[in-house]
Design a binder for this molecule. Structure first.
Ligand SMILES: *[C@@H]1O[C@H](CO)[C@@H](O)[C@H](O)[C@H]1NC(C)=O
Length: 149
């Protein structure tokens, strides 16, 4: 069985009304530009076969990918939200730097890989879609990492 360590965030990280608003506004702006409505990146499939206690580690990887391969290339867009949300998400990512897993994490890697491949295949519109789902990323990260093990 996989064993994870330090995969935890304090609920405080998710409670600033201002940054919640900025994150959701960014997602809203991007989703208006998202033409492809039949693909969902953060949904039931992403968590399939992954037990609740390992979902924070999964979301850590989704967050890292989103920062490096989605938000960085699009960082000039969706201002002023982008320049406020990126440091916030970077801070969360740093807080999860010691979140590791040992043991069988096949399902986690498979699901994360599927998300990455979907974004890459869609190209720029995949990046826009991922930004449009930042509200879902925010909520999934909170659900997975607050109070977990
Ligand atoms: C964010 O705040 C603005 C200004 O106060 C408000 O108009 C908007 O509806 C809020 N958006 C969300 C998603 O909470």
């Amino acid at each position: 069985l996989p064993v994870n360590t330090r995969c935890k965030l304090h609920v405080r990280n998710f409670q600033s009304p201002y940054i919640v608003n900025r994150t959701f506004m960014l997602a809203k702006e991007a989703s208006l530009a998202d033409q492809n409505t039949d693909v969902r990146l953060i949904g039931e499939k992403l968590f399939r076969g992954v037990s609740a206690k390992d979902q924070c580690y999964l979301m850590k990887q989704v967050l890292q990918f989103t920062l490096e391969d989605v938000l960085l290339p699009q960082s000039d867009r969706f201002q002023p939200y982008m320049w406020e949300v990126v440091p916030f998400l970077t801070k969360l990512s740093n807080k999860l730097s010691s979140c590791h897993i040992s043991g069988d994490d096949q399902n986690i890697q498979k699901n994360v890989r599927r998300l990455k491949e979907t974004v890459k295949k869609l190209g720029e519109s995949g990046e826009i879609k991922a930004i449009g789902e930042l509200d879902l990323l925010f909520m999934s990260l909170r659900n997975a990492c607050v109070g977990g093990s």
